[in-house]
Design a binder for this molecule. Structure first.
Ligand SMILES: Cc1cc2nc3c(=O)[nH]c(=O)nc-3n(C[C@H](O)[C@H](O)[C@H](O)COP(=O)(O)O)c2cc1C
Length: 214
């Protein structure tokens, strides 16, 4: 059977979305908390999300506009307050995360509506979700708009709150077995963390020896 070829120039945006979301998987989920001008706390999930560097420590969010037009509450809130929290999503938080994606009107706080317990941050005036395994305090660095329907936002991580037992305070290693994050696949499909396997990286010298021994 012949391979399929998808030329993105010939595809509509929704078709590119379906392909990219199905191919680049699993994606971590940022349950972002942000605050509006009246102090209402908003929570919404974003899986066009990842960490891209540690010096400076940066995360990126892909913020689409609402289907009816205009920025999502999260986008507007971060532009105003210049700060946000990335609450990571583990298995116990999965269902709550999904309900936070409901198109609540801008004047409805997901935090209040769903009775989500929050805790304060130290560097920013945005609360974090108390039950999150990790919460990243972030300040907005730059927002890039490549079209009038979406923005790419780069934030700097100022601090991390870790639930007890997940990150070693001396070695700074995270206990991947205890963390249990969920990942987003395409559409309504999600995944648990599956079986973990390890691979040691090898030097070029080791590679050469292996090759010569063949
Ligand atoms: C798992 C998941 C991932 C999502 N990822 C994104 C994303 O990366 N970018 C985006 O604009 N919307 C994403 N959404 C949709 C938003 O969460 C949704 O539009 C939400 O209502 C926005 O809320 P807000 O207007 O309060 O910011 C995602 C939804 C789910 C359930």
């Amino acid at each position: 059977m012949a391979d399929q070829f998808f030329d993105f120039a010939a595809l509509q945006a929704i078709e590119r979305y379906k392909l990219l979301c199905g191919i680049v998987v699993p994606r971590p989920i940022a349950l972002v908390t942000s605050v509006d001008a009246r102090g209402r706390v908003n929570a919404a999930p974003f899986s066009f999300f990842n960490a891209f560097s540690e010096d400076p420590a940066q995360v990126v969010l892909g913020l689409q506009h609402k289907p009816e037009g205009g920025p999502k509450d999260t986008t507007r809130n971060i532009a105003r307050a210049q700060a946000f929290v990335v609450n990571m999503v583990d298995e116990p938080l999965a269902e709550l995360m999904n309900i936070c994606a409901t198109d609540f009107p801008p004047d409805v706080s997901e935090i209040e509506e769903l009775g989500i317990a929050t805790a304060p941050c130290r560097h920013i005036a945005v609360p974090r979700i108390a039950a999150a395994p990790f919460a990243l305090e972030c300040k907005r660095i730059v927002t890039l708009a490549f079209s009038d329907t979406r923005e790419m936002l780069i934030g700097e991580v100022l601090a991390v709150h870790a639930r007890d037992g997940l990150a070693d305070p001396a070695s700074h290693y995270v206990d991947t077995g205890a963390y249990r994050p969920i990942g987003r696949l395409a559409g309504t499909a999600y995944c648990h963390q599956g079986e973990v396997f390890k691979m040691e990286r090898i030097s070029y010298e080791t590679w050469r020896q292996r090759r010569n021994n063949r």
